[in-house]
Design a protein around this ligand. Structure first.
Ligand SMILES: Cc1cc2nc3c(=O)[nH]c(=O)nc-3n(C[C@H](O)[C@H](O)[C@H](O)COP(=O)(O)OP(=O)(O)OC[C@H]3O[C@@H](n4cnc5c(N)ncnc54)[C@H](O)[C@@H]3O)c2cc1C
Length: 263
């Protein structure tokens, strides 16, 4: 680990000011950032800890949906009575992230800001048509994830919350890496007032929607409606865990399971 200055943010304004320091970085749960620092893959001048900011924590029912503060930990989303009642698929997804240590430290804000290609939350943000709230604006989920580890966030922009609308029904199915529990392929399916949404994580460099499946499910919401929709393997991830061909196959399998799970 290289040396850096450590700051505890006193307020959002204070955090934004500290982020102005040369090569400063935010730290939330540290589950991704700290291992990166330990491996000397990053050399921030300053770490700005969002931990003290109570305003960024918590879950509330709002506008018929659920708003989750950026510093809310995965375990809190998983155990929340509000999330279980309003969007049970989201509570279930949070419970599938990593292991107990990761779920007790990792935060939703850190997860979506990091946008790991195999992370779970990006599929819920995209699949539910959620809105990412930052200290300066609101970003539609459809515009938030822009590429591998890339988002629409400006370098000094802080995620404060995510607003999830309540779907008519939703489910998440994940084929996990047995060691890390990251998604080799995860598919989030939601029936909403404005149509069906299908979002895939783990398969490609960035979470993506599958318009052909969405259209077919819009006509007939059943696993059979998408059984013949093949995902092209071109551009999908291929590594020691799974080939692109296998991932393409898994997208269809996980999507059908998710549709069946929507009840
Ligand atoms: C062993 C292991 C297994 C894991 N398995 C899974 C899994 O199965 N599924 C899954 O989805 N994830 C998994 N993760 C990742 C985990 O969910 C992390 O919690 C998450 O990626 C990052 O969240 P964090 O709060 O720890 O962020 P940090 O590590 O603190 O930060 C990550 C990045 O986000 C930035 N950031 C943090 N908060 C904000 C904010 N509010 N606004 C703007 N930028 C911000 C930081 O500057 C940093 O660049 C795993 C991690 C580990 C170590």
């Amino acid at each position: 680990m290289y040396e850096f200055n450590y700051h505890q943010a006193a307020s959002l304004d204070d955090a934004a000011k500290l982020l102005g320091n040369e090569d400063a970085k935010l730290v939330a749960g540290g589950m991704t950032l700290i291992p990166t620092l330990k491996q000397r893959l990053a050399k921030p001048s300053d770490l700005v800890d969002l931990g003290p900011l109570a305003a960024l924590k918590g879950i509330r029912e709002e506008g018929g949906g659920v708003t989750i503060g950026a510093m809310t930990r995965h375990v809190e989303v998983h155990r929340s009575d509000v999330v279980k009642r309003v969007i049970p698929a989201l509570a279930a997804l949070a419970g599938m992230i990593g292991d107990p240590a990761v779920r007790n430290r990792g935060t939703i804000g850190g997860s979506i800001a990091n946008n790991d290609p195999a992370a779970d939350y990006p599929s819920a943000v995209l699949g539910l048509g959620a809105t990412v709230v930052t200290a300066r604006r609101e970003i539609p989920g459809d515009d938030f994830f822009t590429g591998m580890f890339e988002t629409a966030l400006e370098p000094d922009e802080i995620v404060t919350a995510v607003k999830f609308p309540k779907p008519q029904a939703a489910a998440y199915q994940k084929f996990k890496n047995p060691a890390s529990r990251y998604a080799i392929v995860g598919v989030f399916v939601a029936r909403t007032g404005s149509g069906v949404r299908v979002a895939v994580t783990g398969a490609g460099p960035c979470v993506f929607r599958v318009p052909e499946m969405e259209a077919a499910l819009g006509k007939s919401f059943s696993p059979d409606a998408i059984k013949d929709i093949a995902i092209p393997e071109d551009g999908l991830n291929s590594d020691i865990h799974a080939s692109a061909e296998y991932r393409a196959h898994l997208v269809n399998v996980m999507a059908r399971r998710a549709v069946a799970g929507c009840g």
